[in-house]
Design a protein around this ligand. Structure first.
Ligand code: PLP
Length: 399
């Protein structure tokens, strides 16, 4: 295209038509900015503006108070000894895997065994966990596909299979908590304990947990924890958090460059250096509040109430743990599917109907199975959504 002001106008003043909708997209419900974060976004939007008073290490910047956040507030929140702000959950996972993979001892073991190093993951692991392993040069061994939920025994079996297949133990086990499809919370403590029996460190992928619900790496018994700022911590992103338990592990993970004594290699020197980290910090007081056990209990109660309202119709079936323990939920909806077979717009009818009701977040084209989230909506809005679903079924004579 010709780069003149006429043709380039399309990139300016772009509006988002779903901005004032009720959002039920699991990716987005806990990523909505707080008012404080919106202010921070404007205040710190200019490139590198957080670096005014930096003396070489982002995490040690005192003004704005990044040091206080990264070295005091964040580790306390995560229940870890050390923490860093990263560019996302995936970058955090990659940093951990890469640091383990480049460990000299692991390399020597690989040379002796002739087989690659590997990571064990739950069968529902997110693609970004697998890609992180791939980029770090590691194979992936998954637990067997469960019928309903991932059990600790699945990890035991996967570890034993891995050791048999590779002739050595994995560098890491990774648990997705909750998984991103069904919102199931596996027994993290047991899984961590099983892993530790084999002296394998454990990484908890808390992309849907950190910032939504109470978590504590030490209480869970995991060695690493990662979270996603733009998914679950009301930050604009891309931004994520990484916590590590144990000073030795922290030292290995955050080792300094031979070329520059203050720069951490796995962080490529500096990570989130702009508005994303400032929105993460600005939302943090609210995030701390909303993850208090009593507030999370209300979220779960709202989610269960919504599930019950849908199940009462006989037209929706929840997959995974039931009673459910998370705001992320996955439904089978035969009623919606039936409609899609005869509606004029086919399987896009549901998207259209919900758009009319200003509800956003079920992927266009999905009817038979879909996932959604009730996070932060409260009773009135989830009742409105349930009523809307029922209205749509009635409109097309499904109930
Ligand atoms: C969204 C998601 C991620 C990716 O988070 P980023 O911060 O965007 O890298 C990783 N794992 C799970 C389970 C997710 O749902």
């Amino acid at each position: 295209m010709a780069l003149n002001s006429n043709s380039l106008q399309m990139f300016q003043s772009i509006k988002r038509d779903t901005r004032d909708f009720i959002n039920i997209d699991p990716l987005q419900t806990a990523g909505l900015l707080t008012d404080a974060a919106k202010e921070a976004l404007i205040e710190w939007g200019d490139g590198y503006s957080v670096c005014d008073y930096c003396s070489g290490a982002l995490d040690l910047v005192k003004k704005p108070p990044i040091q206080e956040f990264v070295h005091k507030a964040l580790p306390e929140f995560l229940g870890t000894d050390e923490a860093r702000v990263m560019n996302g959950a995936r970058e955090s996972k990659f940093a951990v895997m890469h640091s383990l993979a480049s460990d000299a001892a692991a390399d020597a073991a690989a040379a002796a065994g002739g087989k690659n190093n590997y990571v064990i993951m739950d069968a529902w692991a997110h693609y970004s966990s697998k890609v992180a392993a791939e980029r770090a040069g590691l194979d992936v061994v998954l637990t067997q596909k469960p019928e309903r939920e991932i059990m600790p025994e699945d990890f035991l079996e996967a570890i034993e299979n891995g050791i048999e297949q590779y002739g050595k133990k994995p560098l890491l086990t990774l648990l997705t908590y909750p998984d991103g499809s069904y919102g199931n919370l596996a027994d993290v403590k047991k899984i961590a304990a099983i892993s530790h029996e084999f002296e394998i460190p454990v990484l908890l992928n808390g992309a849907y947990a950190v910032g939504r619900m109470p978590i504590n790496a030490k209480e869970f018994g995991v060695d690493y924890i990662v979270g996603s700022g733009h998914k679950s911590m009301s930050a604009c992103g891309p931004v994520g958090v990484l916590g590590v338990v144990g000073e030795e592990r922290a030292e290995q993970l955050f080792r300094k460059s031979v070329h520059n004594k203050v720069k951490e290699v796995e962080l490529l020197g500096c990570t989130s250096r702009g508005a994303p980290i400032m929105t993460l910090m600005a939302s943090f007081p609210d995030v701390v509040e909303r993850t208090q056990p009593e507030n999370w209990a209300k979220e779960v109660e709202t989610a269960r109430h919504f599930i019950q309202r849908l199940e009462e119709t006989g037209k929706f079936k929840l997959f995974g743990q039931n009673p459910h323990n998370h705001d992320l939920m996955f439904f089978e909806a035969p009623g919606f599917f039936n409609i899609s077979e005869r509606a004029k717009r086919g399987r896009y009818f549901l998207y259209d109907e919900l758009k009319d009701k200003k509800i956003h977040g079920i992927k266009p084209g999905l009817t038979k199975n879909f996932k959604m989230s009730t996070y932060g909506l409260g009773r009135d809005k989830v009742d409105f959504i349930a009523d809307s679903f029922i209205d749509i079924l009635k409109k097309y004579d499904e109930i």
